[in-house]
Design a protein around this ligand. Structure first.
Ligand code: CDP
Length: 215
């Protein structure tokens, strides 16, 4: 089975690129950020840390029609709000949370041809993956993309606030003790500034197909 990892900071285009690439290759797609966002949702609703950790370890994640489900329910816009965006990196910093989600992500990816995206997939979760990609883009470009996504969902906020959210998550994600955001040594680093989604997918498809022949 062949695994492709796509890591990178918020707004670098991981989700759209991972989905597009998976479709082109006929692979499944898993967004590990959605597991951390679900953890943040549980955190916001739990009464204290013990209850939160118990709910998170007991949560059953599955892929249904390409969508991630938690305890049988498809996860949608409720995990993509600015409220979750504000707390998710703090929740993802907790070593216990990382341990649980790393294990659940591996279980979901196991035995599949799959594209898995996140922050530590190539470095920690699937270090033996066939192909590893690390996407980057400037903070300005990433904030503009995220701002457009929020607006498209009818969420009204200032671009300045989105820049703050992105910068704060970059800082926490890159400096945390356990599994910080960084490119694996054997990852291909790809800058998506001023490239359209189609251009990125087209370019990566060529590179990935070459690499897949060798694994
Ligand atoms: O979509 P976006 O890039 O904004 O973020 P995401 O992939 O949905 O991930 C949300 C947050 O989860 C990140 O900012 C990280 O704090 C955390 N995360 C992580 O720590 N490790 C991963 N493999 C994936 C996400």
């Amino acid at each position: 089975m062949k695994q492709i990892t796509i890591d990178g900071p918020a707004g670098s285009g991981k989700s759209s690129v991972a989905q597009g690439l998976a479709k082109e290759l006929g692979f499944e797609h898993l967004d590990s950020g959605a597991l951390y966002r679900s953890a943040a949702l549980l955190w916001l609703h739990a009464k204290g840390e013990a209850e939160f950790l118990e709910r998170l370890s007991e949560a059953v994640f599955s892929l249904r029609d390409g969508k991630l489900c938690m305890n049988g329910r498809k996860l949608g816009d409720e995990i993509r709000t600015p409220e979750i965006g504000k707390v998710v990196s703090k929740v993802a910093e907790m070593p216990e949370v990382r341990k649980i989600i790393t294990q659940k992500t591996r279980m979901l990816a196991n035995g599949k041809n799959i594209v898995v995206e996140g922050r530590d997939i190539g470095t920690v979760v699937l270090p033996h993956a066939c192909v590893k990609i690390f996407l980057t883009a400037s903070v300005e470009e990433r904030a503009k993309r995220r701002y457009a996504q929020y607006r498209a969902k009818g969420i009204d906020l200032e671009l300045e606030d989105v820049v703050k959210e992105i910068e704060s998550r970059d800082r926490i994600d890159s400096t945390r003790q356990v599994a910080p955001l960084k490119a694996a040594e054997d990852a291909l680093i790809f800058n998506t500034d001023s490239l359209s989604l189609e251009e990125v997918i087209c370019e990566l498809k060529k590179i990935v197909n070459e690499k897949l022949k060798k694994c």
